[in-house]
Design a protein around this ligand. Structure first.
Ligand code: SF4
Ligand code: SF4
Length: 509
């Protein structure tokens, strides 16, 4: 039996029954005070919360000792927690994420990888409409009219998400198509902001004029991610298939920066724009925005351009290049903290959706004598390294999932849409039932079941990889390259290079 299976089995017979029973004692909805799970955490972190005598007793006698032990066991820095949960503008999202984690332990127990009681984030491919014709569009957007939810139906979806697992959704990203192409976008974004902790947009940027940037601010949207394929119009417009797209997208970035909106440049790197990487990094530094590398996944329209995918060596080069940037920021912040007691350096600036980023940054930081693992969308800084082993890696159908424009639920935007990957519809089916029980999701959540292949008499794949809990390989890439097998290896990883070579060799013959 695999050692992970043994570890998870041990958890399930030893710690889990006790943990489940303890959490159930303070996971209560008080008619007067609301959710005790969240209130007790706020109280534990020093926020003044008025509680009725019963809630106060449970909070102090059961929840508080539980949290004390938990942070000691996981070596979580309480100040870091206080800062994120209480002191930051995104505290509501963090609190809800924590609530879903606790309820996840209550429902599924502690297991590696960990599954919360609901997704921390949903990416909503909100519309098929788009004003560009990008070659790599996973949604095949803009080509024909397909059914989308009406404004009222979309509001109903947001109402459902606001009550997710009795806690509410922490983060929602409007994507597409181009989300701003829908006329009711701002109405729905404002509606969402009142119901979800953190709201962001993934946009092609071309519709982010000065006027719409003001509306983004008025809607209190937390974060805007704009796709830029290269530092020059030639590269970008060639891929987006519309002349002038680059100028308009860059104007969108600058409008957001000028208005003080938290902004990110997102780039899908592939063979034709790999040479742009350093120029893009320089551009993000100049504009003082975040950089997000999007992994190339041959799905949707990109399926026809599989030859654009990076080799494992090229992907490693990308991850090391951006990894060095974030580690350098981390070291600067650490030095400033040691000298001045606190730091003004923003570390969380260079990310990748590629799950191997965690493995690469772990190695880079070890070389610098540090323990620092960067996950796809958060930096596991001081105090949360252990958590990264439970929460890290591919989050498809585990930490995050996707909604289609008609309300269909999928594990990740990069899975093609078909009868296997569509798990139900949020307006027709019970979302929590899907989340808790769908067998496709449990396959994605079970890394013991990952498969290896034999290449030249050696085992190759993610199954025996020491980093499979902080990475696990991109399951959408496995699906794409291995005809729907979500347990297959991610052949974009340097560790799986022999399999990559075998795959492309076979294609040539
Ligand atoms: S072998 Fe798989 S799990 Fe290991 S680092 Fe590579 S992609 Fe991740
Ligand atoms: S399958 Fe996993 S790693 Fe791949 S894009 Fe989706 S969430 Fe990210």
């Amino acid at each position: 039996m695999h050692s992970d299976t043994v570890k998870n089995a041990l958890f399930s017979v030893t710690a889990n029954p006790l943990l489940k029973s303890l959490i159930s004692r303070f996971d209560k909805e008080c008619p007067k005070d609301g959710n005790l799970l969240l209130n007790s955490l706020k109280e534990f972190l020093g926020e003044p919360v008025a509680l009725c005598p019963t809630c106060q007793h449970t909070s102090r006698k059961i929840a508080k000792p539980f949290y004390e032990l938990g942070i000691r066991f996981l070596r979580v820095d309480r100040n870091f927690m206080r800062h994120q949960f209480v002191g930051s503008p995104y505290g509501e999202a963090w609190l809800r994420g924590f609530g879903l984690m606790m309820k996840g332990i209550e429902k599924f127990g502690v297991r590696a990888p960990f599954t919360p009681a609901g997704p921390f984030e949903i990416v909503w491919n909100f519309t098929y409409q788009c004003n560009l014709k990008c070659k790599h569009c996973y949604e095949n957007a803009g080509d024909k009219k397909r059914t989308e939810l009406s404004t009222d139906e979309a509001k109903h979806v947001l109402d459902i998400l606001s009550k997710l697992a009795g806690i509410g959704l922490p983060a929602l990203s409007f994507s597409g198509g181009e989300p701003l192409a829908r006329k009711d976008f701002f109405e729905l974004a404002s509606y969402a902001k009142k119901r979800v902790g953190y709201v962001s947009i993934a946009s092609n940027g071309t519709l982010i004029t000065r006027d719409s940037t003001k509306r983004i601010k008025d809607a209190k949207i937390d974060y805007v991610e704009i796709s830029i394929d290269g530092a020059t119009p030639q590269v970008h417009d060639d891929f987006r298939c519309i002349p002038g797209a680059f100028e308009r997208a860059m104007a969108g970035v600058k409008n957001c920066v000028e208005e003080g909106v938290n902004t990110c440049i997102a780039t899908v790197l592939h063979k034709n724009n790999l040479a742009e990487l350093n120029k893009l990094i320089a551009l993000t530094k100049e504009l003082n925005v975040r950089f997000m590398h999007f992994n190339y996944i041959p799905t949707g329209r990109a399926k026809a351009y599989v030859e654009l995918d990076l080799t494992p060596d090229e992907r490693l080069h990308v991850l090391e290049t951006i990894g060095k940037e974030i580690i350098s920021l981390y070291l600067q912040a650490k030095e400033q903290e040691q000298e001045q007691g606190k730091s003004s350096v923003v570390v969380d600036k260079f990310f990748s959706t590629c799950p191997q980023y965690a493995s690469v940054t772990k190695k880079l930081s070890q070389k610098a004598g540090e323990k620092f693992v960067v996950e796809a969308h958060y930096a596991a800084k001081k105090g949360v390294e252990i958590i990264a082993n439970f929460l890290g890696g591919c989050g498809a159908g585990r930490l995050y999932c996707c909604l289609e424009p008609n309300g269909d639920v999928k594990p990740c935007v990069f899975f093609p849409t078909n009868k296997n990957t569509v798990l139900g519809n949020i307006l027709k089916d019970d979302f929590e039932e899907i989340w808790d029980n769908h067998p496709f999701l449990w396959r994605l959540r079970t890394r013991e079941k990952l498969e290896d292949y034999i290449v030249d008499r050696k085992r190759v794949g993610c199954a025996d990889c020491p980093d499979k809990y902080i990475c696990g390989g991109c399951r959408a890439r496995a699906y794409s390259y291995f005809d729907g097998n979500i347990s297959a290896p991610d052949i974009g990883c340097i560790r799986n290079k022999p399999l990559w070579e075998k795959f492309f060799l076979a294609k040539k013959h």
